[in-house]
Unconditional design. Structure first.
Length: 162
């Protein structure tokens, strides 16, 4: 039984699309370190493309697209070269995002549109909040000698200790 009319899905899709467009426009990196970010922009664009795939699946009720996008985002969040931090808040956001990707994949497999929709909205909110946190608390620095990747997150409070 479908509790929501098609018009409600269209309205929800519009707001989800607006959220994705907003998230896409966010400046994830500080301006002065963009050139040192290595592969990070590539991974971010890939995660955004996966997010758009989920949105397309939600709007068209194509559960294979929802699942594929969720699985791709989960894989990208685990890429070895992805910059990370031992910061507890950052770790919380990372784990929450991965858990939401897995949940979204399971819901898509179960063909649960309402659950998929809710999880996607929650996941998008988590992404935006994490990016706000990272921009406010870290800067991206080159890390060319590390096997963990070409960049690292440096707490901004280190600048104040100099």
């Amino acid at each position: 039984m479908n509790r929501f009319p098609k018009k409600a899905y269209a309205t929800a899709a519009f707001f989800l699309l607006a959220t994705v467009v907003f998230a896409t426009g966010l400046n994830w990196q500080q301006e002065k370190t963009k050139q040192d970010a290595g592969n990070t922009p590539v991974y971010m664009r890939a995660k955004l493309a996966s997010s758009k795939l989920v949105l397309e699946g939600l709007v068209t009720e194509d559960f294979s697209k929802i699942k594929a996008g969720a699985d791709e985002m989960n894989r990208f969040s685990r890429v070895e070269h992805w910059p990370s931090s031992d910061d507890a808040v950052y770790q919380f956001f990372s784990k929450t995002f991965r858990d939401q990707c897995k949940k979204l994949s399971r819901l898509a497999e179960a063909k649960n549109l309402e659950g998929s929709h809710y999880t996607y909205v929650h996941m998008t909110t988590t992404c935006v909040e994490c990016h706000n946190y990272v921009r406010g608390n870290f800067k991206i620095a080159p890390n060319k000698k590390s096997p963990k990747g070409p960049v690292r997150l440096i707490p901004t409070y280190w600048d104040k200790e100099k």
